[in-house]
Write a protein of this length. Structure first.
Length: 226
């Protein structure tokens, strides 16, 4: 393989469901949460209730159960979170979000072992988080699952194995996932840089080149059309 991106593309010729398999792929619909979406101009997107209201509008309009998207999307979603507002604000999203009902099951897309996990409770963080390690064709990469239910961490241990399609976790509620509407943050990471249970899911313009290379588009693997 010439690159990890090519490896990810090669792992499946069809879409890989990341949420409960009882949700058909035709029930996934794209959503635009970017700062340039005019539909959001009158929505306080940092308020989980208003954010959920907009998500429900998109789901109902498209007769869907899951709204997804957000890779390299510049958002206002983090504008009220002090830890994101340094000299160079972090507002570019590095994963794909899957917005669905709390308690929806999260599935493992590729055979893996648990690399690390923890509950990231700071405002604006992931809440309960799991990072899996994948080793395929002598290539190692990682996948991060954020905004989970607290009991998703029960029974985990470093090195625990999961087969493709096994249930990994469930989506958390806003009080658990640090004040976001229920969703899964799914991110691919090439170099984990020694981090455990956490990894940046949003970056600034200044760091975009590095993170684009280190966190390739998760849709290379999942193949969910946007």
């Amino acid at each position: 393989m010439n690159s990890v991106s090519e490896l990810l593309r090669s792992l499946s010729s069809v879409s890989i469901p990341i949420l409960d398999a009882i949700i058909p792929m035709y029930s996934y619909t794209p959503i635009d949460l970017s700062s340039t979406n005019p539909d959001l101009y009158d929505v306080t997107i940092t308020d989980p209730s208003q954010c959920q209201g907009y998500i429900d509008t998109v789901l109902n309009r498209n007769s869907a159960q899951v709204a997804y998207g957000g890779y390299l999307e510049k958002r206002n979603l983090y504008a009220d979170k002090a830890s994101f507002l340094d000299n160079s604000p972090r507002n570019i999203h590095l994963g794909v979000d899957f917005w669905a009902k709390a308690d929806t099951k999260v599935k493992v897309p590729v055979a893996s072992t648990v690399h690390s996990f923890q509950n990231n409770t700071a405002v604006g963080d992931y809440g309960p988080t799991i990072i899996l390690m994948h080793e395929i064709e002598n290539t190692i990469f990682y996948s991060l699952y954020g905004h989970l239910s607290l009991d998703s961490l029960d029974g985990l241990f470093v090195g625990k194995s999961f087969r493709k399609g096994e249930t990994l976790a469930r989506l958390g509620t806003p009080d658990i996932n640090v004040n976001y509407a229920p969703h899964l943050h799914f991110q691919i990471i090439l170099d984990i840089a020694g981090k455990t249970g956490d990894y940046p899911g949003v970056c600034s313009e200044d760091d975009l080149d590095f993170y684009t290379k280190n966190c390739p588009n998760p849709n290379f693997l999942l193949k969910i059309e946007i």
